[in-house]
Design a protein around this ligand. Sequence first.
Ligand code: IMP
Ligand code: MG
Length: 172
Amino acid sequence: MLENINVLITEEEISRRTIELAEEISKDFEGKSVHLICILKGSVFFCCDLAKRITVPVTLDFMSVSSYGDEKVSSGRVRILKDLDESVQGKNVIIVEDIIDSGKTLSYLQDMLLSRAPESLSICTLLDKPERRQTDVNVKYVGFVIPDKFVLGYGLDYEQKYRNLPYVGYVE
Ligand code: IMP
Ligand code: MG
């Protein structure tokens, strides 16, 4: 088990920011509906909380991906472990991610989903670590910009554990 997990973003801060993002999305897609794509497993808590606060009609789908290579560094090659159940064609798709680090995972996913002809495609991420970016991705909705620290909790794991922490923490 890890010792000394420091709180980076509290449960209250996450909740407040999620409501703001949901309001922004609801405004941007007024009169339409949105199709949220939850990227398992990291974004599951965030995606559920966000979806509950969006006021336009919401549909949900799930995708599970894994980047090849070791745990903490993204290789950019993405393996699809579980593909979407439904077509994204003609839908206003929002990819919901936990964190953008190198940007390689999202850039790959974005290209793949764009080739499936959605009406629109945007990205919503809870966390953004811009210092680590290697591939440019255009992210419309960002919860928090964070420093280059390894974070866990609220969906994010360290060796598959700590996802259930209600806050976002970091270890030195
Ligand atoms: P990227 O392709 O480098 O942007 O990889 C992003 C993915 O790496 C995220 O979806 C997370 O699963 C994982 N990841 C990146 N940084 C962290 C972190 O600080 N804590 C936990 N997982 C992370
Ligand atoms: Mg992830």
